[in-house]
Write a protein that binds this ligand. Structure first.
Ligand code: HEM
Length: 510
């Protein structure tokens, strides 16, 4: 999808033509009164709105030739509303089903077939501008060019195979805490597995980024105080990303919740910066404690990236894990098959958190892929922008002008029968194992693609594999009686990351 920022002069020009008679009517021949001033303001605003709408629908608009729902062309308010509902990914998918592989959405276009050139060669779009807080240092996700490459080097070091090995202990500690937390629950017949997985995931990312700080698994008060704020911010950020001009103003509104969250992050970062721990967590790499860079990164940058790690790494992995369990519980035959694989690799007395056999666990990896395919935790992805000042680009055979933002949404792509057949909407892990069912794996982009793809993808996979083996080997899960499983996927809301509804299960010890 491309978000187009049309030349404002076109609106201004048209508004001027419509406004001129009003000017003469009210100020040329009559003495201004309050009524006449208000009327001319109304006239001006209406003319401006009408001119914008006419322009966006007219052949004068540079994206006139790109198909898409007519109403979407009119205003970003539609995009804002779609983000608000959390069903943006469904609307976009439906538009593709109707209009084909390239669609003009709120102001634009999408190109599943040509994703590589777009995600690899284009810089991030204006969408990311509103994620920059002028009062705080920039984090990796909003950096561009050399600044991005330099910062990404630190991240890549933090996500190397060697570093991931170091993190196993941190995952194991929180995984075992999750087991205890489940075992201590008063009612094992109604357990919200999605919530528990989220607490695990946030606590773990807090450990990684700031050497601890979150304790949602253990602390009920934190769950009620911090958790709702985190969730609300995800929703708010996804909404105001559509209106970058409003983001700066919205930031000026005092919000006690936002300040509480910011102080919480700052306190944790301060504590970690003063700690003498020898743990090689993510902070260790982002702070370049091994002194591999010519210059040590500024503390502010590390704090910004630490906060990004929590935002980017916790909700995404939690959604992926919740979806994986949802699909396994919806398909008892696959649940059994995976449990047998887990039992075969981790017989009684062995450690299900040992990662050495993960690579051989074909069915586990197939189930993880299939869950990421059907419920990609970043369903619409962030846009890339046809560079301003360029000659524009040819995408999917259509000319796309400079400044246009282009989305390549995994959710639409992953359900496309051209890439995933048979039955693209069904959970069929075998498609990742059986060569006869092999999908077009290049169309599988849950972690995006190109230089700004997900730097944490291997960590996410490791976390998912470890936790799944641990939970399946220790407990037996079933949907709770009365739980409306069919309705759960509609509670996955696309707010850039995905928020999720309760996944109510009954648990018994094995
Ligand atoms: C299943 C879990 C995950 C999924 C599906 C996922 C997906 C993604 C996607 C699609 C992007 C690109 C977003 C964009 O283009 O704006 C991204 C970026 C990113 N992810 Fe992940 N992610 C996951 C887990 C993690 C984890 C565990 C971390 C660890 C901290 C992480 C850190 C990041 C960072 C820092 C970026 C920005 C990269 C850059 O701009 O260079 N992610 N992720």
């Amino acid at each position: 999808y491309c978000h187009v920022y049309e030349p404002q002069s076109a609106h201004g020009g048209l508004a001027f033509v419509l406004l001129t008679p009003a000017f003469f009517l009210f100020f040329g021949h009559v003495t201004p009164t309050l009524f006449s001033v208000l009327t001319s303001y109304c006239y001006f605003i209406c003319s401006l709105c009408v001119s914008i709408v006419l322009y966006r629908l007219s052949p004068l608009h540079p994206l006139y030739h790109v198909p898409g729902p007519p109403l979407w062309r009119v205003s970003k308010i539609i995009g804002l509303w779609m983000s608000w509902t959390g069903h943006q990914h469904h609307y976009i998918k439906r538009a593709h089903d109707k209009y084909g592989p390239i669609v003009r959405t709120v102001q634009s276009t999408l190109t599943p077939l040509y994703r590589f050139s777009v995600l690899r060669d284009s810089p991030k779009g204006q969408y990311y501008e509103c994620r920059k807080d002028p009062r705080a240092p920039l984090n990796l996700v909003v950096l561009q060019g050399d600044a991005h490459a330099n910062r990404r080097r630190l991240w890549n070091r933090g996500m190397s195979t060697e570093s991931l090995k170091e993190y196993e202990g941190i995952i194991a500690k929180r995984g075992n805490q999750l087991l205890d937390c489940i075992a201590d629950l008063p009612d094992l017949n109604r357990v919200d597995l999605a919530a528990l997985i989220s607490y695990f995931s946030f606590d773990f990312m807090g450990d990684m980024a700031f050497g601890g700080g979150f304790d949602l698994l253990a602390n009920e008060v934190e769950r009620t105080n911090i958790w709702p704020i985190i969730e609300k911010f995800a929703v708010a950020a996804s909404i105001y990303s559509h209106v970058p001009w409003a983001a700066a103003t919205l930031r000026l509104i005092p919000l006690p919740a936002r300040d509480r969250l910011r102080n919480f992050g700052a306190d944790n970062a301060y504590r970690r910066s003063k700690s003498t721990t020898t743990t090689k967590d993510l902070w260790y790499h982002l702070m370049d404690e091994a002194a591999l860079e010519k210059q040590k990164p500024p503390l502010g940058d590390v704090i910004a990236d630490g906060a990004l790690a929590v935002v980017a790494g916790a909700d995404t992995t939690a959604s992926a894990l919740a979806s994986l369990f949802y699909f396994l519980l919806s398909h008892p035959e696959y649940y059994k098959q995976l449990q047998e694989e887990v039992d075969a690799h981790f017989p009684l007395g062995s450690d299900p958190l040992d990662t050495s056999s993960h690579a051989e666990m074909k069915f586990l990896n197939a189930c993880i892929n299939e869950a990421l395919r059907l419920h990609p935790p970043v369903p619409t992805n962030g846009p890339r922008q046809v560079p301003a000042g360029s000659q524009g680009k040819i995408i999917a055979g259509l000319f796309i002008p400079e400044g246009t933002q282009v989305y390549v949404p995994p959710y639409s792509l992953h359900l496309d029968s051209r890439y995933f057949s048979p039955s693209p909407t069904k959970f069929i892990p075998e498609r990742w194992i059986d060569p006869a069912l092999a999908p077009n794996a290049t169309a599988f982009i849950p972690f995006s693609y190109g230089p700004s793809n997900c730097v944490g993808r291997n960590l996410a996979r490791q976390e998912m594999a470890m936790l799944t083996c641990l939970l399946l080997s220790r407990f037996e899960f079933r949907f709770s009686p009365g739980f409306d499983a069919a309705a759960w996927p509609m509670q996955l809301h696309d707010h850039f990351i995905t928020t999720r509804g309760p996944l109510i299960v009954s648990v018994s010890k094995r």
